[in-house]
Design a protein around this ligand. Structure first.
Ligand code: ADP
Ligand code: MG
Length: 694
């Protein structure tokens, strides 16, 4: 039977329809079924993917002295009672029973008093028990609390052959007893495993030594008794590898299919008239760096083809990506197309407009802004000019991909700080043209393997070289107790040389739920009333409306404000060359890449710049270590690697993209090689010999 591979997300495929309702399972009534559904277990097949949290090695009927902590935290054995301590009547004192297993004593403990009918009542020395449970070896006599016991009738029972087994341990689900859950799961496994279909082609499974999906799940859930622990751990490794590979493979298959489809429907506008691009470059107040020119050459070549360009332009903060995108826009506009540049914040979009107007001066190009800070009438006018084609370069925010925006002829989409947008948002904007070209930009350097996994359909383009004359930003880490000294020093710099300063805080207002995080509202007030009395200080954060934000940013850029106290709204792209000092309060809250972005706001002019981290000494070693490595390096790529290592891909990419980077089974870092293999396999399958990465 042929199986249609569901490219994209990991999903189990069944060859025949089975009754999948949870309520078909013994022991699961409507109430438990609802509880399971609340936990995301919607039908029986989800029970197959409810994974053990860990495995435990269980020693059965070992001699007492052989039960060691490292090997057997869970045991089953038979032993006679040697001592019973009953709780005093009508108290909640624990009951404790000491048993003697081949000369090694174990203390069994039950809390919560003794019921009248408890089997424990009749216990006395000499009676044999069959005991099962977990052991804690912390005390001189190992303790077992609430073990399962059976009182044996013989006074000298035959002790079964000793053996070792492996048991899966599942996460507890609130409101459902572990035993009931396990029983339901075993029913589901028995019913469904035989009906599972393998979606990985046999050659690939052989090549990577992967067991079938049913066998893998059977191993993972320990459906057969496992006496050979070493063999089990080998089998388990292969079984897990299967799931990881399958997960990567299905996603990479989708990526490869999309890639092939884009190429087969090649109807992107061919952008071949580069004259306007050349004029813009002549118009610039500086010379492009070598990397910028090389990036533009690649872009020009791809824009000229009717296969839509899909590029991710990566470059550290300040490396000059915006200029590159504006040159690309000029090529598109010069070839009769409209170009759209989307940025994550109103402030940044407006700044791009300003810069574009400056660069395009005299070239007679109509540039239009579209963002939340526009008044209704202005917005209507902007929408009209986009639709009738009089606006050639449209720069805006999330407003760009909304339904009310219609382009006359959108040939090039550019996305600044693309990691701030979701893939659907990108696709919504792309859908406003007929197969437009795409240039995405990011200052968050992403290790190549990760980039492949997440942006598998984008080709990388990297600029490393920075514009000449830049001075590195000196970064210092100071304890908060030394903040007053830092403030005095800053005041001096403002008064003596007219420099401008950013203060950055992680929070807008105080919130007692999160300790150890300063907020911009209270602290800006404090600073303006004390250390910086008499200077111009302004507050900027995401709760202000767009017009207000733009006004504040404009006055800061014009030098009318000395100190800008802000949240991370200034994180991306904002460019004020006269701002030379940045103070980051509670810096431990931010990821390294984010700190690097923030720091990139200073050091944009020729003056020596500085970044001061004010951290609490008692943060803990990890946090301090991270901040120290941040102070020591100015290389965004290196910081990204450290961040990825220390915080994992989810946090690294920020909340927006965590969804794309998170796999159920795979781990982009740990399973890096398998990921690349899955990518190659999928591309070969879909693209055959036309795979350009070969
Ligand atoms: P990015 O977006 O990569 O962080 P920008 O495009 O905002 O960087 O550029 C940062 C600053 O450097 C801007 O003021 C820009 O005008 C300037 N710049 C860009 N390219 C050059 C260059 N080749 N020479 C000098 N200055 C440049
Ligand atoms: Mg930028």
């Amino acid at each position: 039977m042929d199986i249609e591979v569901q490219a994209g997300r990991f999903e189990l495929v069944f060859l025949e329809d089975k009754l999948l309702g949870l309520d078909k399972l013994d022991g699961i009534g409507p109430k438990s079924a609802k509880k399971l559904r609340d936990k995301g277990i919607l039908d029986q097949s989800d029970l197959l993917l409810f994974m053990p949290r860990k495995y435990r090695r269980v020693g059965h009927f070992l001699a007492g002295p052989d039960m060691h902590y490292e090997r057997f935290g869970y045991v089953e054995f038979m032993a006679p009672v040697s001592q019973v301590r009953l709780p005093a009547p009508k108290t909640k004192q624990p009951l404790s029973v000491v048993v003697d297993c081949d000369g090694r004593l174990f203390k069994l403990i039950w809390f919560g008093g003794l019921t009248k009918s408890s089997t424990l009542r009749g216990l006395e020395p000499g009676i044999w028990l069959h005991i099962k449970g977990s052991v804690s070896y912390d005390r001189s006599i190992p303790e077992m609390s609430h073990p399962t016991i059976e009182v044996l009738t013989q006074s000298n029972p035959l002790i079964p052959q000793q053996y070792v087994s492996v048991e899966p341990v599942y996460p507890s689900l609130e409101g459902i007893k572990d035993a009931i859950l396990r029983k339901a799961q075993i029913q589901a496994l028995n019913a469904l495993l035989p009906a599972l279909g393998d979606i990985i082609p046999r050659e690939l499974a052989q090549k990577h030594d992967l067991p079938g999906i049913a066998q893998s799940l059977s191993t993972i859930h320990v459906m057969q008794p496992q006496n050979d622990v070493e063999q089990f751990s080998k089998d388990l490794q292969r079984a897990k590898k299967r799931l990881v590979y399958e997960e990567f493979f299905t996603l990479q298959l989708k990526i490869a299919q999309d890639y092939a489809e884009q190429r087969s429907n090649a109807k992107a506008p061919q952008i071949k008239d580069l004259e306007l691009g050349r004029e813009l470059i002549k118009n610039l107040p500086f010379k492009l760096t070598g990397d910028q020119r090389r990036a533009l050459a690649t872009i020009a070549e791809e824009l000229g083809s009717n296969i839509p360009m899909r590029r991710l332009l990566q470059g550290d903060v300040g490396s000059g990506k915006t200029v590159v995108s504006l040159c690309a826009a000029a090529m598109a506009i010069g070839s009769g197309q409209q170009a759209a540049l989307m940025a994550p914040t109103d402030i940044l979009a407006r700044q791009h407009v300003k810069r574009a107007e400056q660069f395009f001066e005299g070239l007679d190009i109509s540039i239009c802004f579209l963002g939340g800070s526009l008044k209704a009438a202005e917005k209507r006018q902007a929408l009209e000019s986009i639709e009738d084609g009089s606006a050639r370069l449209v720069i805006g925010t999330h407003a760009l991909f909304q339904n009310d925006v219609v382009f006359q002829e959108l040939g090039l989409v550019m996305i600044d700080e693309q990691h701030k947008f979701g893939v659907e948002q990108r696709d919504d904007l792309l859908a406003k043209g007929e197969d437009p070209h795409l240039l995405s930009m990011t200052a968050t350097p992403i290790p190549r393997s990760l980039a492949h996994a997440i942006y598998g359909d984008l080709d990388l383009l990297i600029i490393k070289e920075k514009p000449p004359g830049r001075q590195p930003v000196r970064t210092v880490l100071r304890d908060t107790s030394r903040a007053p000294k830092a403030y005095e020093y800053i005041r001096q710099r403002i008064e003596e040389s007219g420099e401008q300063v950013y203060f950055v805080y992680p929070m807008i207002e105080a919130n007692e739920l999160v300790a150890n995080r300063k907020n911009v509202t209270d602290n800006a007030k404090m600073l303006s009333e004390s250390y910086f009395k008499g200077l111009n200080l302004a507050v900027l954060h995401g709760n202000l409306d767009g017009v207000e934000k733009a006004n504040i940013m404009n006055s800061f850029a014009a030098g009318e404000i000395d100190i800008l106290c802000s949240t991370t709204v200034i994180e991306v792209g904002v460019d004020v060359a006269n701002a030379t000092i940045m103070v980051i309060e509670s810096p431990h809250v931010f990821g390294l890449s984010q700190l690097h972005q923030l720091r990139g706001r200073v050091g944009r002019g020729d003056a020596a710049s500085m970044c001061i981290l004010l951290a609490n000494r008692d943060l803990g070693d990890d946090a301090i270590e991270r901040l120290i490595s941040f102070s020591n390096t100015d290389d965004g790529f290196e910081l990204a690697e450290i961040d990825l290592r220390m915080r994992g891909p989810g946090l690294f990419l920020g909340v927006r993209q965590a969804g794309q980077a998170e796999f159920k089974f795979g781990d982009i870092q740990r399973d890096n090689e398998l990921l690349l293999a899955a990518r190659q396999d999928a591309r070969k399958l879909v693209l055959g010999d036309s795979n350009p990465e070969d």
